[in-house]
Design a protein around this ligand. Sequence first.
Ligand code: HEC
Length: 432
Amino acid sequence: MRVLSLCLLLAACKGEPLGAPWCGDADTGTPAITDAVTWWTDVKPIVDQKCLRCHGADAHAPLTFEIYEQVAAAQALVRDAVVDKRMPPWLAAQCCTEWFQDFGLTDAERAILVGWIDAGAPEGNMEEEGESLPPIGGVSRVDLTLTMPEPYTPSPPDGTLDENRCFLLDWPVKDEVRITGLAPRPGARDVVHHLIVAAVGEEDVPAIERRDAADDGAGFDCGGGLGEFPTAVPLGGSLLGGDYPRGIGNVVAPGSRILLQIHYSTTSDAPPADQTSLDFRLDATAVDAGSIAIANLGWMVGEGMRVPAGDPDVGFWYEFRPILFTGGKPVDLQGVTPHMHRYASRMRVLAVKPDGATECLLEIPQWDFGWEQPYWFAEPIRFDPEDQLYIECRFDNSAANQPDGGAPRDIAWGENDQDMCAAFLSFTPVAE
Ligand code: HEC
């Protein structure tokens, strides 16, 4: 499915980036509210729907937000995290398009949370409780659970707190099935920061097993993510998990394996052992999604994507007609998964119509490597054979944005100590 190399045959990236503005640039910050808001009437419904799946008593995030006292006690942290848009960790800009299972805050919701805290976090009246929608996320049905074969105790390299570890899980299903939803269950919640799941074809298994055998302990070190395994099909990368929309599935052939990459983040000298599980929703039939890889092969060689040391804003862009992926037929775009590393600052993906008009498919105003995940569109977006795809990534290689706190050095396309600029679009054929 991942046919990155085909991009080489298409026009290389030259000329100017598209003049169309980034929609997030029009953002004027959190609006102020004048209405009196209380926990029971206004704030609890937002927290229930947008925070609880991760900040519930049994969920993985460190703070629990089930009752008034818990949220009130963390109000200063909540205010900062919400104003800075670090929480909820939803990176896709709402000004770009509408999203399925969007757990980001709208401007109005952000204004309510901030206004409530600024007014002294009044509890209000339980009798006036506003209506809460169910928390976003999670699968509607669990058909199969896979668990790491043995526990792993994170052991980041000396002087660091983070480690990326990959685990190969057997796929026990003997017939071809479709994965139609996926929800991770982190084992040691304090250390599992995020994870990425992919299905890998039989061809890649020997190479992965060699990596595994050469590395002591469960799993193996895999800082660079899944890109090095050509048959890997991304299945999901959100701790929240969920059903895929509209009956879409990712087909998994018998003999495939599941590759689980976990980013462990530890703050103690004696981190707990982790044994994470994955819940899958399966269907024998589903609408098979294809995947369009968006990246320029020219970036991947030599200095094709050189980001000079110290430069705070370096951009790369690429426009092409993905005819080799779509067979020259119209397709319905269903969702997009961005992929960049730690120097990246922002990204956008646009469809460009023959008359030059653009349609926003993804805009990430503030990239956060910790929260890579698929973003599904609220409705499919029709993409015609004459349309082009455009990707633009920007990088900050200034002293202020060094992941390891060291001195800036030139970087290029590469594994985790370098960067990447890619996105994977899921699409389905247009029903005849
Ligand atoms: C997808 C899961 C997820 C959702 C949804 C989520 N959080 Fe978090 N949150 C986390 C995790 C995990 C952490 C731990 C710190 C980290 O990993 O960045 C965290 C940390 C925090 C922190 C403390 C650390 C900081 O960054 O300041 C606050 C405050 C917070 N979240 C508030 C919220 C609020 C408020 C909401 C809802 C409006 C929310 N979160 C929704 C996962 C989530």
